[in-house]
Design a protein around this ligand. Structure first.
Ligand SMILES: [Zn+2]
Length: 91
């Protein structure tokens, strides 16, 4: 039985590795939060504003949440991902 000089799966693996590199460079923006994520984030905002802390964590990765307040606007950040999960303007 003839054997190929190289495993065609290696070509596929190389192609996939290259694709992953390209995707890393141009990472798509995070999708908007789902309804369940939104209700968790609003609950976290409520706790952060009232007590200054919350036990709730990022619904996507479990990272700590941080509230950035700017006048009437605020933004909830996931510290783990350095991503703004929710931005609300004008209370
Ligand atoms: Zn996160």
């Amino acid at each position: 039985m003839l054997r190929a000089s190289h495993d065609p799966a290696d070509d596929l693996r190389r192609t996939l590795a290259r694709l992953r590199q390209l995707l890393d460079v141009a990472e798509p923006p995070a999708p908007p939060p789902s309804e369940a994520e939104l209700s968790l984030l609003y609950a976290a905002v409520d706790e952060l504003r009232r007590r200054g802390s919350t036990d709730r964590t990022c619904p996507r990765c479990g990272g700590a949440l941080w509230l950035e307040e700017r006048g009437a606007a605020y933004r909830v950040w996931c510290l783990q991902e350095s991503t703004a999960l929710l931005t609300v303007r004008g209370l």
